[in-house]
Design a binder for this molecule. Structure first.
Ligand code: DC
Length: 259
C-alpha cells in the first residue's frame, strides 16, 4: 500500500521506536516465560508512571508513557498558538498531527527531534491536555502508534484507555486509584523537587481541584473515556508505598507470564 509522505513519517517513527525498544530488551528477557502486555490505567497522579516504569525495569520490559504523547501534542498546539482555533474548529487538528513527530529516547520525550520532557509537565500543558486528548483524530493517531509499539509484547504501558481500548487483550490490566487529596500531595512533592523557588509552586488545594477537574473531563469524554476494564485488578494506592505498589504489580506480572 502506498503511503503518503506523512503516513511514511509516522511509520518510520514507529519502526525506530520499536527497534530501540527491542534492542534494549532482547538481552534481558528470560527464556521460558512468555512476554506479556501490562496495561496500567488510572486517574491523574495515582502513581501510574512510577509504578509502570519500575515494573518494566524489573521485568526487562519497555515502558511507554502514553500521557507524554498526549502532552507532546498539547505542547505543540500551545507552541504554535493554535489552541483557541482548535476549540472552534477541532477538525483542524489533522494538520497539526501531520506536522509533528513524537519519539522516545529512553525516558526522554522528543517532539520534532527536540527534548521536551520538562516542558510537557508544565501547568499550562496540564490544563489543556484533557481538551486535546478528547479529540478523536488525536486519539486515533496515537492509538495506532501505541498498538504498533506494543506489537512485540514485553511492554508496560500506562494511560487512561490502555486496558479498555488500546490493548483490551492485555494479559495484565491494572487500574490504580487514590484519594484526590493524597494525589495532590504527591504532585506537590514532585513539583517542589523540580522547582527552583517556592514562588513557582501552585497552592496544594488548587492542585487538588485541578486533579478532580481533569479526572472528570477524562472520565466524561465521548471517545475512550477513563474507565476500569471489568478484568482489571484495582489497587488503591492511597496508603501504599511505591515499593509495595511495585511489588504487587510485579508479582501479578510474573504469574501472568507463566500463563
Ligand atoms: O498521565 P498524564 O497525567 O501525563 O496524562 C495527561 C493527559 O493525557 C490526561 O489528562 C488524559 C490524557 N491521556 C489520555 O487521554 N489517554 C491516555 N492513554 C493517556 C493520557
Amino acid at each position: 500500500m502506498a503511503l503518503t509522505c506523512n503516513q511514511y513519517v509516522w511509520k518510520k517513527q514507529i519502526y525506530f521506536i520499536k527497534w530501540q525498544a527491542i534492542s534494549k530488551c532482547k538481552s534481558r528477557r528470560k527464556i521460558g516465560n512468555r512476554h506479556i502486555i501490562i496495561a496500567v490505567d488510572g486517574p491523574a497522579a495515582s502513581g501510574k508512571s512510577t509504578t509502570a516504569r519500575r515494573v518494566a525495569q524489573q521485568l526487562g520490559y519497555t515502558y511507554i508513557d502514553t500521557g507524554a504523547m498526549y502532552r507532546a501534542v498539547t505542547f505543540k498546539a500551545l507552541q504554535d498558538g493554535v489552541l483557541d482555533r482548535l476549540r472552534h474548529s477541532p477538525e483542524l487538528v489533522g494538520g497539526l498531527l501531520d506536522a509533528l513527530t513524537i519519539s522516545f529516547d529512553g525516558d526522554r520525550v522528543l517532539l520534532d527531534g527536540r527534548d521536551v520532557s520538562l516542558e510537557i509537565r508544565d501547568n499550562r500543558v496540564s490544563r489543556e491536555v484533557s481538551f486535546i486528548s478528547s479529540l478523536k483524530p488525536v486519539r486515533d493517531r496515537l492509538r495506532e502508534m501505541q498498538q504498533e509499539l506494543g506489537h512485540e509484547r514485553g511492554v508496560v504501558m500506562d494511560g487512561r484507555d490502555i486496558g479498555t481500548v488500546v490493548f483490551p487483550d492485555a494479559e495484565l490490566k491494572i487500574f490504580l486509584v487514590a484519594d484526590p487529596a493524597e494525589r495532590a500531595k504527591r504532585r506537590y512533592a514532585e513539583l517542589s523537587a523540580k522547582a527552583s523557588s517556592s514562588s513557582e509552586l501552585p497552592d496544594i488545594k488548587q492542585l487538588e481541584e485541578e486533579i478532580i477537574r481533569r479526572d472528570r473531563e477524562d472520565a466524561e469524554r465521548e471517545h475512550a473515556p477513563l474507565k476500569k476494564h471489568p478484568d482489571a485488578v484495582e489497587i488503591d494506592t492511597s496508603r501504599l508505598t511505591i515499593d509495595r505498589q511495585v511489588e504487587m504489580v510485579y508479582t501479578l506480572a510474573k504469574e501472568r507470564e507463566r500463563g
